[in-house]
Design a protein around this ligand. Structure first.
Ligand code: G6P
Length: 612
């Protein structure tokens, strides 16, 4: 989704802005632009295409300004074009705005402004913002900074929808105003310089001190100072947060792509996520989830709500919650949940999983569950992200920044955290301790097993080279193995653009088997002990119809009819989705590399989907 950066200091803004935009490229975008304050006038440059092209455009100009805002746009209202790119300036070129989010009532606002002789150069919803600021500023008696802030404030009160906004004005060439509601924005505090950005990694190389804005909080930034205001424009005192990540952990670390780096970071991510929640010989600990036995007994139903990969992580948690804690659990896609009138009451626990913590549908589903009286619990990888600020309870995965659009280490970390959380609930509920102990031991062994697995995967690379030209790939599994099938299918289609689907093996005969013809590739996951024989019969059925088969298993499955078997380390079967996905992440990765595509930034996709 769109990305915002801004700089105010003594250095030339242009390279700092381009650098920030480059760091935000992972969010997905189709055009980029910037405004730099040059001698009390705006220089706005923007184009359709990559940040690199914007950078070439910028380098043709001798820009020396030290204050600027910049943006990567992911088209929602109006096609990708230079007119529709941000920043957008008002008719008199005195206010320049970058915006992430959607102005839902932009047509109404456009009509209002047109009635007041404003005209529009783009098809965007955003262009109403600088013009409305101009309109309200013109009503103010004096041209003061307070009047500028009031004009931004009044404008925001007329915007329906979500926004993170950075505003410059030629009337006040030494300040920048920012505000957010339901879209991400952080402020980095430097020494004689300040930064704004949609996320923390963009400016980690410049500062470790960040302020996290809450909804409807405003800030006026100058080189030396940051002043905060609440929604009534009363001054606020805010504490900055020291970020401990080092800047290189957000870089590629010598790997060819972020996705490959992140796949290989999984042992560390899992280890970090286990953290102090689970230690050998001890009970599980979640100080941030102070639940009692009475509370958990009062929960009649759990909903796990998420999108994409995070939803797949929820599928494994459902099986564990039902089998181990005996609490009925449903997994919902957030965009469906929010509109399907789910039966929620005070005896419902709703768990929201989101790597970014900014996914618009997940956030809206959380707000809905809260309004209906459910207890809400957020699981995110990003501290201070929107869902973590809304939920009653929050716990974090510690996967570190995930940059590639296709999620890998966040997924395995999510299942790890959910598994420990289920055990924590089970301990509170005093469930069977010997089963719990076995799962706990297996969780502690996961990082080492993931390392073993990753050190021996040349076979999958070679197999990917053999099959990368396939037009369709089908993934099969039963029980927990279906979850891996669904996630692997998503990975493959999102980065390689190969048509892929996941099916429950038992459903084959009810339709999907009609798709099988000579050389169709069928990938099967075989780890759930009671279901292996049944799954093998299903695989046999597709082999009879000419399919090639790739088998991912932790068992000794000898069958000369299978085209390729990849053996993975054995673990407690509840946890097998954490290991079985790893070779299939690499399978998707190597197929994509073989096709010569951009693995980290697949077409049409965004890392963080901050609009509905
Ligand atoms: C987008 C991303 C997916 C991700 C999903 C949910 O679709 O491309 O990789 O799984 O959003 O993101 P979240 O940040 O909420 O986990």
């Amino acid at each position: 989704m769109c990305g915002i950066v801004g700089y105010i200091g003594n250095k030339k803004a242009k390279s700092i802005l381009i650098d920030g935009l480059t760091k935000l490229e992972y969010r997905g975008y189709d055009s980029a632009g910037l405004t730099i304050m040059e001698n009390e006038n705006f220089k706005t440059l923007k184009n359709k295409g990559r940040v690199k092209e914007l950078s070439e455009l910028v380098n043709q100009e001798s820009l020396t300004g030290t204050i600027g805002i910049a943006h990567t746009r992911w088209a929602t209202h109006g096609k990708p074009s230079s007119e529709n790119s941000h920043p957008h300036n008002d008719n008199s070129n005195t206010f320049s705005v970058v915006h992430n989010g959607i102005v839902e009532n932009h047509i109404e606002l456009k009509n209002f402004l047109k009635d007041h002789d404003y005209h529009f150069l783009s098809e965007t919803d955003t262009e109403v913002i600088p013009n409305l600021i101009h309109y309200y500023f013109a009503q103010e008696e004096n041209e003061t900074k307070e009047a500028f802030l009031k004009a931004v404030h009044q404008t925001c009160h007329h915007l329906k929808g979500s926004f993170a906004i950075g505003v410059l004005s030629t009337h006040f060439p030494d300040i920048m105003i920012v505000v957010r509601k339901d879209s991400p924005l952080v402020i980095g505090k430097g020494d004689g310089e300040n930064f704004i950005s949609s996320d923390i990694p963009a400016y980690l190389a410049f500062t470790r001190n960040f302020y996290l804005l809450k909804d409807n909080e405003f800030a006026i930034l100058s080189k030396e100072n940051i002043a905060f205001y609440d929604d009534n424009l009363h001054p606020l005192t805010k504490e900055s947060k020291k970020i401990e990540w080092n800047a290189t952990s957000a870089e590629k670390n010598g790997y060819e792509d972020f996705m490959l780096k992140e796949i290989y970071e999984q042992p560390t991510a899992i280890r970090e996520t286990i953290g102090s929640h689970l230690m050998a010989g001890q009970s599980c600990r979640f100080d941030e989830l102070p639940f009692t036995k009475d509370f958990l007994n009062s929960i009649q139903k759990i909903y796990i709500v998420a999108c994409g990969t995070a939803m797949h992580a929820g599928l494994t948690a459902k099986t564990m919650l039902e089998n181990i804690c005996e609490i009925p659990t449903e997994v919902d896609i957030a965009s469906e949940f929010r509109y399907r009138k789910p039966l929620i009451n005070k005896n419902t626990l709703c768990i929201f999983i989101s790597q970014s913590g900014e996914t618009a549908d997940t956030l809206a589903a959380l707000k809905l569950a809260k309004s209906k009286g459910a207890t809400t619990l957020a699981i995110s990888n990003v501290e201070g992200s929107s869902i973590t600020r809304e939920a009653d309870f929050v716990t974090y995965t510690h996967a570190g920044p995930e940059i590639a659009v296709a999620s890998t280490k966040a997924y395995t970390s999510q299942i790890t955290l959910l598994a420990i959380m289920v055990l924590y609930f089970a301990e509170i509920l005093e469930k069977n301790t010997s089963t719990l102990q076995d799962i706990k031991n297996s969780i502690l062994e996961l990082p080492t097993k993931a390392e073993q697995l990753l050190s021996n995967l040349t076979e999958i690379k070679n197999f990917a080279k053999e099959v990368y030209q396939n037009k369709d790939v089908f993934f099969l599994g039963r029980g927990l193995d279906y979850n891996t099938a669904a996630e692997s299918s998503l990975k493959l289609k999102e980065i390689s653009y190969i048509h892929s689907e996941a099916f429950f093996s038992g459903e084959l005969k009810h339709g999907p088997i009609a798709l099988i013809e000579n050389d169709t590739l069928v990938v099967s996951i075989l780890t759930v002990p009671d279901l292996i024989e049944k799954s093998i019969s299903n695989i046999q059925e597709v082999i009879t119809r000419g399919a090639k088969t790739l088998i991912i298993t932790d068992k000794n499955v000898e069958n000369t009819n299978f085209t390729k078997i990849i053996k993975i380390p054995e673990t407690n079967h509840f946890l097998s989705p954490i290991l079985s996905i790893i070779p299939l992440q690499l399978f998707a990765y190597y197929i994509t590399k073989q096709k010569g595509l951009d693995v980290d930034k697949p077409r049409n996709l965004a890392k963080s989907v901050t609009v509905e």
